[in-house]
Design a protein around this ligand. Structure first.
Ligand code: BGC
Length: 846
């Protein structure tokens, strides 16, 4: 019998194993086997505590389930250490051994377990400006060696902890950004090796961050409060059998240190000559503890170091470092300078006329300043800001700047990379790489529109269109689940979803495609990860959004009134009015009501909410009929005769009878009439290639996709882009930068087409939640002679790889254990085939 190996289970949504945010984590596991067509017949889960005592033993459960299996044992307590293992049986009679264990520990799960106080400096501050970040300090004696040390922490601001001088942990920008007044995330750190018997010092710097720094445009600050705050609880188990707890309280002291200014948009200023002294008293800050929750998102970390590709002198004589890649994070410098030498680092995404172009940053200064101490090889990097940049202008450097003196550090939420794509076309590959970098730069704790200007907000529409592509590239389940919790927390009582989450713009206007993040993202996560628990958790928010939409319908069941962003950034819209798209705003809005109602009905079906299934199907049908009445002629022409309108009608399935075929034909004509240039904004961009392919126009989809003239997906590649741009023409063919006041070079929305590249060009798509069933349906086209997509699904590696050689079209499909795939050859080259796990190849005539 072939070997069957069950892998160590993934705990909950794959958040770090220290500080698991729930006492009832889901478990998922993969099975590895060379046995063909392997399906799971049964599993057994065994969870014990650190001493090996049973916490939950499932016994043998006859089930194919291996993804997001719900916790059926007694709930775990806070600080509980546990070891989970699984074993599986196959329908072929095979059996695995116990898997390797997943060792994990729960966080502080209940706010009442915090005995610490929030503390703040006792000094007076002018909160209308950036002040030097306070450093909170406590020294304490430990009577014996530490056998287990845990530090629980959060802050009102961005914090960094040092124990005995060394930074604790490898996360940056903690506690991240959430709707702080409803969900303040707390982190857990292992400090066993950092705290020792004898005298110890803990110091925590708390910078303004999102909490009270500049946020959104217009010089706004203090969004959540005016005072920095710290909450820390250090719990030690000692070798002598006793325990010790050190908490933030009135005993701590506070001072300022070398950082004299730190702001997310503006940058960090650091004087290395300064040593914190003058320790003064702290004050206890009253703060609602019921908002404390254990961190449920992946940590932000430095994930890559990039060396300069070139250092140039600009026409005006400035020194500019080119990292060759637009990225998000900061730089680290190493310098030998006289004490007091001031080095200034200004960040920019592009050059214009050979100089750094900072106009797109609007009011974000994106400038770090370092004043040297005068030591040999001083090394410094900021810790409380981040920048979106490819270029850094360096001023004040002593002597010539060398490529070894400065590195760029890319920082983002450290999600597991899961999906890859490759093809025979280098420009297409570069486009895909740009999508990946765009995602890395904009998944910095919150899914943002852009990472560089005075914005960087969790715009709902942007992530709504991008989440399918993003959920292939990386495991986004925990990241987006955490953000969706904020979306629900910030949802208004009448169901309105605010424009940005965390909600900091104070708006109260529902708008299509943006607010639909509430319904469409949980559905995407369910499709991609099989996370029905998330669907259940978000269901009230999803339903409230659809009820909000219902309340906005007019007597003819259309969403015909009120503000809409519409097909934002249609390339034909005037620069100063990105919402003036070719697609009628109310057509876009009504189509989204139908789509959200459909998704809600389908979600209700998954969750067994029978009454809701019927009522939301009916709502969807009513709105769909109204859409047809108002916007579609009987023969399938749309009132807005443009790419986005046809994309919506076809992909959202709003047409009937022969209308769909005719609409597809009309879309193909329009694309040809547009000279195969793109004519869609945020709404239509993810849909247009799918709509063409679904109606038999694969060739036209490829002509559109492979266009290199402006506007198109590949045009930015011809201009040297290394990320996805906000506008189709963020940089014009003559190298000038769009001067609209809204021009970013790192906006993921238009990269949403990557989802089509994965599903259709390479041909790998989910056919059942979590890829329990897979569709392998590559659709070759254009000048491509090969393409592949590989995805680490919740069940294991799946792949679709094809190439054309000579007269043959060859497909290789990798199907993970415990799944099945349907392979559909292009152009009816052969019959569809059903296969089980294993690697399969076919050759059909090209
Ligand atoms: C953002 C967008 C966002 C839009 C709202 C812009 O400022 O950068 O990407 O979705 O506003 O339409």
């Amino acid at each position: 019998m072939t070997d069957v190996v069950a892998l160590a289970p993934r705990v909950d949504r794959g958040t770090p194993l220290l500080g698991v945010p729930t006492g009832r984590p889901m478990l998922s596991w993969k099975t590895e086997t060379a046995a063909p067509d392997w399906l799971q017949a049964a599993y057994e889960i065994d969870v014990t505590d650190a001493a090996g005592e049973a916490l939950w033993q499932s016994g043998r459960v006859d089930s194919e389930e291996s993804v997001c299996v719900g916790w059926a044992g007694p709930a775990l307590a806070s600080r509980q250490r546990a070891r989970a293992r699984v074993r599986v049986w196959g329908v072929d009679g095979s059996a695995s051994d116990w898997s390797a264990p997943a060792d994990f520990e729960t966080a502080l799960l209940d706010p009442t377990e915090w005995t610490a106080d929030f503390i703040t400096p006792a000094w007076e501050e002018d909160a209308s400006v950036s002040n030097p970040p306070p450093i909170f300090r406590r020294t304490f004696a430990v009577p014996a060696a530490v056998t287990t040390g845990r530090l629980y922490a959060t802050a009102l601001g961005i914090y960094e902890v040092r124990v005995n001088g060394a930074i604790v942990g490898d996360r940056v920008l903690a506690p991240g950004w959430s709707s702080y007044n409803k969900r303040l995330r707390t982190q857990t750190y292992d400090v066993t090796g950092a705290v020792h018997a004898g005298e110890n010092t803990i110091e925590v710097t708390v910078a303004d961050g999102w909490y009270r720094g500049f946020l959104a445009w217009g010089g706004k600050r203090n969004t959540y409060g005016t005072q920095a705050g710290l909450l820390v609880q250090l719990e030690l188990l000692l070798a002598d059998g006793t325990s010790q707890t050190v908490v933030s309280d009135g005993e701590w002291t506070v001072a300022t240190g070398p950082v004299w200014k730190a702001d997310i948009y503006n940058g960090e200023h650091y004087d290395a000559r300064v040593v914190a002294s003058d320790w003064g008293p702290v004050a206890v800050l009253e703060h609602d503890r019921s908002v404390l929750i254990a961190d449920d998102a992946p940590p932000v970390r430095q994930t890559e170091e990039l060396r300069p590709v070139e250092i140039v002198t600009t026409p005006s004589g400035k020194t500019v470092v080119d990292f060759g890649q637009n990225l998000v994070g900061w730089t680290r410098i190493t310098v030998n300078a006289d004490p007091g030498t001031t080095i200034t680092l200004r960040h920019a995404e592009v050059l214009e006329g050979g100089e750094i172009c900072t106009a797109p940053l609007r009011n974000a200064q994106a400038t770090d300043v370092y004043v040297a101490r005068g030591d040999p090889d001083e090394t410094w990097e900021p810790r409380f800001t981040f920048h979106g940049f490819r270029y850094v202008e360096v001023d004040g450097w002593p002597g010539p700047l060398g490529v070894g003196d400065i590195v760029a550090l890319a920082c983002h939420s450290d999600m597991t990379r899961t999906g890859r794509f490759a093809s025979s076309n280098d420009m297409v590959n570069q486009l895909h790489e740009n999508v990946v970098w765009g995602m890395r730069g904009n998944f910095v704790d919150v899914p943002t529109d852009c990472p560089q200007r005075d914005e960087r907000l969790g715009w709902t529409g942007d992530i709504q269109v991008f989440s399918p592509a993003g959920s292939f590239l990386f495991d986004t389940d925990a990241f987006l689940a955490s953000w969706l919790a904020d979306l629900a927390a910030d949802q208004l009582p009448d169901g309105v979803v605010q424009f940005v989450i965390p909600a900091v713009l104070g708006d109260h206007t529902p708008t299509a495609a943006w607010g639909d993040a509430a319904t469409l993202i949980p559905w995407t996560l369910y499709q991609r990860y099989g996370d029905a628990a998330l669907l259940e958790r978000q269901y009230p928010s999803m339903r409230a959004w659809v009820e909000c939409l219902r309340s906005r319908l007019d007597e003819r069941h259309l969403w015909s009134r009120g503000f809409q962003f519409g097909d934002w950034l249609d390339p034909a819209a005037p620069q100063e009015d990105p919402s003036a798209a070719r697609a009628d705003k109310h057509l876009v809005a009504t189509a989204h009501v139908a789509r959200s109602a459909t998704v809600l009905a389908e979600s209700a079906a998954v969750l067994g909410k029978v009454d809701d299934v019927a009522q939301y199907r009916e709502l969807a049908a009513t709105v769909t009929a109204a859409f047809r009445d108002e916007f579609v002629t009987p023969t399938g022409r749309l009132m807005s005769d443009c790419q986005t309108a046809y994309g919506l009608a076809i992909v959202f399935d709003l047409l009937e009878g022969d209308q769909r075929r005719r609409a597809g034909d009309r879309l193909a004509q329009l694309v040809a009439a547009d000279d195969y240039c793109i004519a869609t904004g945020f709404v239509g961009t993810p849909l247009v290639c799918d709509a063409l392919c679904a109606t038999g126009h694969v060739d036209v989809a490829y002509q559109l996709f492979l266009q290199t003239k402006c506007p198109s997906w590949l045009y930015p590649i011809t201009m040297g882009a290394t990320t996805i741009w906000e506008r189709w023409d963020s940089m014009r063919p003559d190298g000038s930068v769009s001067s609209s006041g809204m021009t970013s070079f790192n906006h993921y929305a238009l990269g949403a087409v990557a989802d089509w590249m994965h599903r259709t060009v390479a041909g790998l798509a989910p056919a059942a939640p979590g890829y329990k069933a897979i569709t392998i349906a590559p659709r070759p086209g254009g000048d491509l002679t090969a393409a592949s997509a590989e995805l680490d699904t919740p069940y294991g590696l799946a792949a679709s790889r094809w190439r054309i050689d000579g007269d043959g079209f060859e497909v290789e499909a990798v199907v993970p254990p415990n799944t099945r795939a349907t392979v559909i050859p292009p152009n009816g080259a052969g019959p569809s085939v059903e296969v089980g796990s294993g690697t399969h190849t076919w050759r059909w005539p090209a």
